[in-house]
Design a protein around this ligand. Structure first.
Ligand code: MN
Length: 242
């Protein structure tokens, strides 16, 4: 009898302990989800974009540069639990309302995180060629032809002064345009929607291309993931028509 009681009590204690461990773990992971920004998974291997973008550049770019921006964004917001609940995009769209003490850090590091997160997704192995469907039609409508668009985009990317990015972006009504930004600024800061982007910071190409940014740009067209770019444009159109 005593033994049974002992077994029952042990079981009860075991269950309670397990329950509190599970609850604690859940609380911790919830806290982490709310409080921290994370590096998104890279959708392919470091060497997937060879020979156009080398594996070593991809690895350093993703694990050091991008991770660095995420770390610094977390650091900038460590004393602002309410702001940590916002998405990076929402932070970038409300820079002027952020406390002055962290505004520049969020602009640089939140921008760095946002831009790189998009950049990885608009590239893929066996990419390149030309877009199809409604994106192709819109490029023709707003630029005249794919070749004219490509020339304008490449020219802008070549002439970004210092570190920056060149974008194909859409206004909320679906109007396409090409623009460049310096540092880690982006079209989302003006309420527009980025569809395609090239990183022309030297860290994006220096190991393989050194000072030859135009060669990097020419190579990069071979890895553009037009399916994803077209999907981003579809979301803009869906949002506008609803
Ligand atoms: Mn970069």
């Amino acid at each position: 009898m005593k033994f049974r009681l002992f077994v029952l009590l042990s079981l009860l204690i075991g269950v309670l302990a397990a329950k509190s461990i599970i609850e604690l773990t859940a609380m911790q992971s919830k806290k982490e989800d709310v409080l921290n920004y994370h590096l998104p998974p890279l959708p392919y291997a470091y060497n997937a974009l060879e020979p156009y973008i080398d594996a070593r550049t991809m690895e350093i770019h993703y694990t050091k540069h991008h991770q660095g921006y995420v770390n610094k964004l977390n650091k900038a917001l460590e004393n602002y639990p309410e702001l940590q609940k916002k998405t990076v995009k929402a932070l970038l769209q409300s820079l002027s309302s952020l406390p002055e003490a962290i505004r520049t850090a969020v602009r640089h590091n939140g921008g760095g995180d946002f831009n790189h997160s998009l950049f990885w997704t608009i590239m893929c192995k066996d990419g390149g060629g030309e877009p199809k469907g409604e994106l192709a039609a819109a490029i023709k409508k707003y630029f005249g032809s794919f070749e004219i668009f490509k020339k304008e985009f490449s020219e802008q990317a070549r002439t970004v002064f210092g570190s920056g990015w060149t974008w194909l972006a859409s206004k909320p009504d679906g109007t396409l345009f090409v623009t460049s930004t310096s540092g880690h600024d982006s079209p989302v800061m003006d309420g527009n929607i980025p569809l395609l982007v090239i990183d022309v910071w030297e860290h994006a190409y220096y190991l393989k291309y050194q000072y030859k940014r135009p060669d990097f740009i020419d190579a990069w067209w071979h890895v553009v993931n037009w399916d994803n770019v077209a999907n981003y444009y579809r979301e803009v159109l869906n949002h506008f028509s609803s």
